[in-house]
Design a protein around this ligand. Structure first.
Ligand code: AMP
Length: 283
């Protein structure tokens, strides 16, 4: 695996690959890699000749009181995992390489829809940071395909919309949610969960699954279902950020006649904020 810390270094190699007609797949990450990330890498390997992974903890998508400074940075072990997963190029820029003019004057990419609900409501500016950095990374790597996890459902929807709106010639592919044996969605932030909290942390997934089963059996009292799931999560000892039944495409609140619904949730443990989702589609 070749490692690049500069935009120009990575570009020099990618230009050659492109000239040879090789197909380039891209997996952007913030590092601290787990099996969920590696599944994206494997997926990228199946359909591309060259797989590029980026590791960059993007300050622009973190709020002032969020965990940017303490976000786990595990570069050496990440490199080992990427090599084993068959990654060809790792792009690992520092903040100055990505934002040479500083954050304040950085040009931004704004997706005006779907970004101020759900995670966007509790993390103002988060998705602007995401769309901006992903656009930059797309311009640097110019991949044929980019793979994103369904675990971050709203992020995937926003990126799809951005790529469509801005005519980016990139296939955006989704990858299923990778889970621990007990159902907890894998996340770099799971390491913030305390030992005492860990057995109950599956309640987020369980309560979303419960709503999904109710909807599948014909119950469309969305607000009541959300309220009951909130009680389930609070009873397990966690604070709820949101539990929402949404239209899978628009992320608007689910309507009675929606045939594709995604139930999304976010909850706070003592020092982590965890998200999960489950989708239901009528055949
Ligand atoms: P992150 O490093 O958290 O920014 O995530 C990088 C990519 O990995 C994003 O596309 C995430 O959606 C994806 N990802 C993170 N956790 C999981 C998971 N448990 N299953 C599948 N994809 C994931």
């Amino acid at each position: 695996m070749k490692i690049f810390h500069t935009v120009n270094g990575l570009r020099d190699d990618l230009i050659q690959d492109r000239l040879q007609g090789l197909k380039i797949g891209f997996v952007p990450t913030m590092g601290n890699l787990h099996d969920g990330h590696l599944a994206l890498l494997h997926q990228a390997n199946q359909t591309n000749d060259i797989v590029v992974c980026s590791i960059f903890v993007n300050a622009l998508q973190f709020g002032l009181n969020e965990d940017w400074d303490k976000y786990p940075r595990t570069y050496e072990s990440d490199c080992e995992k990427l090599r084993a997963a068959g990654c060809d190029y790792l792009f690992h820029p520092d903040d100055v390489e990505m934002y040479p003019n500083g954050l304040d004057t950085q040009s931004r990419v704004i997706c005006p829809t779907m970004t101020d609900v759900l995670c966007g409501a509790s993390r103002p500016g988060h998705f602007e940071g995401v769309t901006t950095v992903v656009s930059k990374l797309f311009n640097i790597v110019q991949p044929d395909e980019a793979i994103f996890g369904i675990k971050d459902y709203q992020q995937l929807a926003v990126i799809r919309r951005m790529a469509e709106d801005l005519c980016m010639p990139i296939q955006i592919t989704s990858a299923p949610i990778h889970r621990e044996a007990d159902g907890l969605a894998m996340s770099s932030r799971n390491r913030y969960i305390t030992e005492d909290e860990r057995p109950q942390a599956t309640v987020l997934k369980e309560s979303l699954d419960w709503i999904a089963s109710q909807i599948r059996s014909g119950n469309r009292a969305f607000s009541e279902l959300e309220a009951e799931a909130t009680v389930q999560i609070e009873r397990a000892g966690f604070a709820v950020d949101y539990v929402t039944c949404s239209n899978s495409k628009t992320l608007d609140l689910a309507a009675d006649d929606d045939s594709e619904i995604t139930v999304l949730g976010a909850m706070f443990t003592e020092s982590a904020r965890l998200i999960d989702n489950v989708s239901i589609s009528e055949e």
